[in-house]
Design a protein around this ligand. Structure first.
Ligand SMILES: Cc1cc2nc3c(=O)[nH]c(=O)nc-3n(C[C@H](O)[C@H](O)[C@H](O)COP(=O)(O)OP(=O)(O)OC[C@H]3O[C@@H](n4cnc5c(N)ncnc54)[C@H](O)[C@@H]3O)c2cc1C
Length: 277
């Protein structure tokens, strides 16, 4: 059965439509179209939210950036304010697929898709972003670190719409890197990925390392460790040791479990080495 396409122009109209049992939000459509064609999802109503005002805006505040749900991954990658305040997120969004996908895919559609291999969630977890949700029942916020609740499962409940994401600025003096390892081609999904943010990079006294891991378990993982007093080699060893128990890779066409486990530790080492620059 073909799904009916709706184009609400107000949040209230969208919320009412989303209360229908098999309704789905449609943003960029890059994931939905593939899943519908493959028969992996069955939606009776597709609720295209592109005409709802305010969802495609980027707002700067003193110490954070609010990114509207419909902002494209390409905009996140290239927006000067985001590049200045949260370069880890901009760089990570710039590694998603190819420019065609990034120009169409929205930041909310990306995280709502819930695939364990997604690139942006690693940066959103490292930066301690907050996801803003709204529905006919009201609004609520969920920390990005608690948003991915299981294999292909997120905190979004039936009837809810992601309306935006708030991303705190990267701490002054921090340095970052994102290592993406793809087996089938440069623009392919990662077989393993790791983001690293070194906070307190210049001080030498108190340094913390935040790590985000993608494609290495049924959900993206986050961990933070104290690396005060360590040199780069010791920090890489510490990061690999703390990451190793978090790895629970899913074998597929892109590699066996043991291959992805080894590749994951290479991604962690590369990200930490680069962030230590
Ligand atoms: C060829 C290809 C390669 C790809 N490679 C990568 C890759 O390397 N790395 C990577 O990270 N991703 C990759 N992707 C996935 C891509 O990032 C997602 O398809 C995209 O981000 C989804 O965004 P969208 O706006 O198109 O979402 P849609 O396709 O419109 O929706 C996706 C899901 O999110 C839900 N949704 C959308 N918007 C909202 C909202 N506002 N509130 C609540 N739920 C919502 C939809 O109901 C649906 O379940 C790839 C996709 C393709 C097609």
């Amino acid at each position: 059965m073909n799904a009916v396409l709706h184009r609400p122009t107000t949040p209230a109209e969208a919320f009412e439509l989303l209360e229908r049992p098999d309704a789905m939000v449609l943003s960029g459509g890059t994931a939905i179209q593939v899943l519908l064609k493959q028969g992996l999802i069955a939606a009776t109503d597709l609720v295209d939210v592109a005409r709802i005002p305010g969802l495609a805006q980027i707002h700067r505040a003193d110490d954070c950036t609010r990114i509207g749900a419909m902002v494209s991954l390409r905009q996140v990658e290239t927006n000067p304010a985001i590049r200045a305040a949260a370069p880890l997120l901009a760089d990570t969004c710039g590694r998603v697929a190819n420019p065609r996908v990034r120009n169409t895919a929205s930041v909310a559609g990306n995280i709502a898709h819930g695939d364990y291999r997604l690139d942006p969630p690693t940066a959103l977890m490292i930066l301690d972003a907050t996801v803003h949700l709204a529905s006919a029942r009201g609004t609520r916020d969920v920390a990005a670190r608690e948003f991915f609740v299981g294999f292909q499962a997120t905190a979004v409940e039936r009837g809810e719409l992601i309306i935006g994401i708030t991303v705190p600025d990267q701490p002054a003096g921090s340095s970052h890197a994102y290592a993406k390892k793809s087996s089938l081609g440069e623009n392919d999904w990662p077989s393993a990925s790791a983001g690293a943010l070194l906070v307190g990079a210049g001080s030498g006294t108190s340094r913390r390392l935040r790590l985000g891991l993608g494609a290495l378990a049924p959900v993206p993982r986050f961990v933070e460790i104290d690396v005060s007093g360590l040199d780069r080699a010791a920090a890489v060893d510490a990061a690999r040791s703390v990451a190793e128990p978090l790895l629970d890779p899913i074998p597929d066409i892109r590699g066996s479990e043991s291959y992805k486990r080894r590749l994951g530790l290479v991604a962690v080492a590369d990200a930490v080495t680069e962030a230590w620059r």
